[in-house]
Design a binder for this molecule. Structure first.
Ligand code: BES
Ligand code: ZN
Length: 627
């Protein structure tokens, strides 16, 4: 039985007199109400998965069998989540059993109800994915770095694992897994599990994830990539033409893991690798255990964007060890992770760099509060996403307000006490899930009361906006940047010497803070001196392109650069920021023209966000996979 479940052996009836009747204890599992899954785990839940699949690039399908060890509470059925899957057959302990797929919900998919009896130990589901699967992105050779082989990757978070494996797809249900994956010869397969370091001769790969993880962390990537070790427990996977660059960029990875361990305890997953995926990967990074998935847009050549690795590594504690129980508790994953990320960055690169990152987060928070000013409930840490796509509801409040909350707590009680508290929190709740409601009393008892501190926890968590008692974040380097900007705005002149040692973060801060009154000539001057339009740093590109749109700037080759960026990069945050700027500046028509070209390169997560933003209705025949 999973150690995470608070199991109350409630009634042994009248203990002595009934002992000889061998009455089964009634077991009460404490899974909380889940708005995004059909599973009823308090009746029956999955405990271990044995996945046996073939990856068929020709037909763009995965097919095979998912066999589960289950635990049932005397239940006659077990319910799984399934979306856009074809279910061929189901067995219970090796014998055919009845199953039914319920009505399809656009968001949640279908409940897969399987008949079991109280002794059933294993169920096996033979299935295929379809063209509509949202988790998978099948890439043509042309869409990869090396351009010779196809590529496939999965994205499970938040509720997409059910589109490639029938499963109980709630983050509070944890399973261990093993897998046997057949891929075309010459390709390599890796998962969020113990991984191969070289290609197999026959295209067959075996995997094991011994620790219990939530379904959204099951992940698979298949392609022509290689491994290069950084230390005996860290390393990188990338396509051949990128491997050395990726290795150099991430060469501090072992130091990051050691720094993280010094802060909040032993790394629990043995290995920490990163795979750099093709540019259509919809996120900066995804914290799949043992193997973070990452966008190539962070390979800047100067390690300037590697806080992303610190972030995904931090999830090895906050998220992967202590997991948000539902997507309404998303800040339990991301707020803690941003806090931890900043601490790793500070430990490795010093306070100056960490201060800049913290101030960027603070400005992101102000921007997000402004975006959400008409929907204040969306600015609470505890969300209510029932009936909503968690992907849309999970905005950067969880990250940046979550961070500010924890940083304010740190400053209130002092770093040493806060660190001791966090270390203990991760240890005590390892391999289990956390609700916001459970965290609040835990915080009171173990930090606030202990240190006799009064703190408006409820206001931070359950009220919109940011409370007054917030930590004030300062960065001396950013103060200089702001001064340089003011001087430039007043004089049209900028001293090259001041900017020579600027990091990309300083450039981002500079560009982001252009006032709307900035003139076209001023944009031109900056572009002439610093060639911002042709920057090779993806973060600078994003903010500069956004400002170009806000200021109707068309200098140099910027219009074609923006298009090129949108067509080649599928990272949702970047793409959405730029398309939003088109829209804000009444250029939706132009945006749609570019989108027609770029959309086929996007993963469903990005495409569905941009469809909504631009009011784009996908042609049902052409692209079927976006709802
Ligand atoms: N777990 C998230 C990505 C995610 C969030 C996927 C919600 C699906 C739904 C990941 O850890 C993350 O936060 N990535 C950020 C990077 C980070 C440095 C803030 C991203 O992708 O930009
Ligand atoms: Zn994250």
């Amino acid at each position: 039985m999973n150690n995470q479940k608070a199991i109350l052996y409630l009634i042994f009836l009248i203990m002595t007199s009934c002992a000889e009747q061998k009455e089964e204890p009634i077991v009460v599992y404490s899974y909380v109400e889940e708005p995004h899954s059909y599973a009823k785990p308090n009746n029956a839940f999955i405990e271990h998965l044995n996945l046996d699949i073939t990856v068929d690039f020709k037909n763009e399908r995965i097919r095979g069998t998912a066999t589960y060890d289950i635990v049932s509470n005397n239940s006659t059925q077990i319910i799984l989540d399934s979306k856009h899957l074809e279910i061929d057959s189901v067995t219970a302990d090796g014998k055919d059993t009845e199953f039914s797929l319920g009505a399809n919900d656009k968001l949640l998919g279908q409940p897969l109800t399987i008949t079991i009896d109280k002794n059933t130990k294993k169920i096996a589901i033979t299935y295929k994915t379809t063209k509509d699967t949202e988790a998978l992105q099948w890439l043509k050779p042309q869409q990869t770095a090396d351009k010779t082989n196809p590529f496939l990757f999965t994205q499970g978070q938040a509720i997409l694992t059910r589109t490639w494996i029938p499963i109980q797809d709630s983050p509070q249900i944890r399973i261990s897994y093993e897998a046997r994956v057949k891929v075309p010869k010459g390709l390599m397969a890796v998962m969020s599990a113990e991984n191969p370091k070289t290609k197999s001769d026959d295209g067959l790969y075996q995997f094991q994830m011994k620790q219990a993880i939530p379904s959204y962390l099951i992940a698979l990537a298949v392609g022509d990539f290689e491994y290069k070790a950084i230390s005996d427990r860290t390393g990188v996977y990338a396509e051949k033409s990128m491997l050395n660059r990726v290795y150099e960029e991430f060469s501090d990875m072992e130091n990051m893991v050691s720094a993280a361990e010094r802060l909040y305890g032993t790394y629990a997953w043995e290995q920490f690798d990163v795979i750099v995926l093709p540019p259509s990967f919809p996120f900066g990074g995804m914290e799949n255990p043992r193997l973070t998935f990452a966008t190539p847009t962070v390979i800047a050549g100067d390690k300037s964007l590697t806080s992303l690795v610190a972030h995904e590594l931090a999830h090895s504690w906050s998220g992967n060890l202590v997991t948000n129980a539902t997507w309404n508790d998303f800040w339990i994953n991301e707020g803690f992770t941003v806090y931890f990320e900043m601490r790793i960055m500070e430990a490795l690169y010093g306070k100056e760099r960490a201060d800049m990152l913290a101030l960027i987060s603070r400005q992101d928070l102000d921007d997000e509060l402004d975006n959400l000013k008409d929907t204040p409930n969306a600015t609470k840490l505890k969300l209510n996403l029932k009936g909503k796509n968690p992907d849309d509801g999970m905005n950067s409040i969880a990250y940046d307000k979550g961070y500010l909350f924890l940083r304010t707590l740190e400053e209130t009680v002092g770093r040493d006490k806060f660190d001791a508290f966090l270390k203990h929190y991760f240890k005590e709740h390892a391999f289990s899930s956390m609700t916001t409601e459970k965290f609040i009393p835990y915080l009171s008892t173990n930090l606030l009361e202990k240190n006799k501190v009064n703190f408006n926890v409820d206001e931070w968590i359950n009220q919109p906006g940011v409370p007054k008692n917030q930590a004030i974040i300062n960065s001396d380097r950013f103060k200089n940047v702001e001064q340089t900007l003011q001087e430039f705005l007043a004089s049209d002149k900028i001293n090259n010497e001041v900017t020579t040692d600027w990091t990309p973060q300083e450039w981002v801060h500079f560009i982001r803070n252009f006032p709307q009154t900035m003139t076209d000539d001023q944009m031109k001057t900056l572009d002439k001196i610093f060639n911002l339009t042709n920057s090779t740093n993806s973060y600078i590109q994003m903010v500069w392109y956004e400002q170009a749109l806000n200021h109707d700037y068309h200098g140099k080759n910027i219009d074609s650069k923006i298009q090129e960026f949108l067509v080649s990069v599928g990272r949702r945050w970047y793409v959405e920021t730029i398309f939003k700027a088109f829209k804000r500046n009444d250029r939706t028509e132009d945006a749609l023209k570019i989108y027609e070209k770029s959309r086929p390169n996007y993963h469903s997560v990005t495409a569905s966000t941009i469809d909504d933003l631009l009011g784009f209705e996908p042609d049902q025949e052409e692209v079927k996979n976006i709802e």
